[in-house]
Design a protein around this ligand. Structure first.
Ligand code: MF3
Ligand code: CO
Ligand code: CO
Length: 269
């Protein structure tokens, strides 16, 4: 299915059910991988564990083969903004990384990402992760009928910038459903009351990328890995959600409550 340009309004409860299942598997994958994120493991090993888990639980990775993407998940470390390709790079003390999982279950897409941390972080890195999590939530809190995409973007941009960070302008959230990247574009910046007016039944992601330095980026020769031009740190969180009559429904909540690092591994007992 190609991107239609029109924003789909989902009215069938079965569409919500489909998204709940796909979103849940994506979130469970992020929960499952949590105790593996430790110094010494390679990002390729993390990718394989995620891929096996998705396949064993009734889904497939939406990323594998998507426009030629070679792996199952994206793992973006430190100054990598997004679309980091899992490799033989071993995690080391002080790393921050985003793992972004998109599943397809019965044709529906579930797309979510979180930050993970390794060992003792710099004060700057820890602050960035906290600011980025809150940036995503400032955006989500704007989701209700009658508000606009500009309200979401403005809430995220103004929070990040107040905290002396920048938001990435060249990537954004997106509509999704039976299509991975559909209308609308959900920008990480904007002006209050501007842009598309939200209606119940819209499905989209909110996925701010926040940098400690400037917002300029470059894409490496592999065609995917997107890094900050100034080599500053970058972080991201992502949820898939629906606009409802009263606000929003998040499809990708963590079943184990592992929303924000440092993750409490006692939930794996
Ligand atoms: N999951 C990413 C997003 O949030 C897209 C990854 S596409 C890939 O939209 F091909 F790089 F995997
Ligand atoms: Co997304
Ligand atoms: Co994603």
């Amino acid at each position: 299915m190609a991107k239609s340009g029109k924003v789909v309004i989902h009215t069938d409860p079965a569409d919500f059910e489909g998204m709940r299942k796909a979103g849940k598997l994506a979130a469970e994958t992020l929960d499952m991988i949590t105790p593996y994120v430790e110094a010494g493991i390679t990002t390729e090993e993390l990718d394989k564990i995620c891929d096996d888990y998705i396949n064993a639980h009734g889904g497939i990775s939406a990323c594998k083969g998507y426009h030629g993407y070679p792996k199952s998940v994206c793992i973006s470390l430190n100054h990598v903004i997004c679309h980091g390709i899992p490799s033989d790079r071993k995690l080391v003390n002080g790393d921050i990384l985003n793992i972004d999982v998109t599943t397809i279950v019965d044709g529906w897409y579930g797309d979510t990402s979180r930050m993970y941390t390794v060992g003792k972080l710099s004060v700057k890195a820890k602050k960035l992760v906290d600011i980025t999590f809150e940036t995503m939530w400032r955006g989500i809190e704007q989701v209700k009928p009658g508000n606009t995409l500009g309200d979401i973007g403005h809430a995220m941009q103004s929070f990040a910038e107040k905290n002396r960070c920048s938001v990435v302008k060249d990537f954004c959230g997106h509509g999704l459903g039976k299509i991975f990247h559909d209308a609308p574009n959900v920008l990480n910046y904007g002006k209050p009351h501007e842009g598309l007016v939200l209606e119940p039944g819209m499905f989209f992601t909110i996925e701010p990328m926040v940098n400690t330095g400037g917002d300029e980026l470059k894409i490496l020769a592999d065609g995917w890995t997107t890094v900050t031009r100034d080599m500053g740190l970058s972080a991201q969180f992502e949820h898939s959600l629906a606009v409802t009559e009263t606000g929003y429904e998040i499809f990708t909540n963590s079943p184990k409550g592992l929303d924000h690092p440092p993750y409490d591994l006692s939930s794996f007992k």
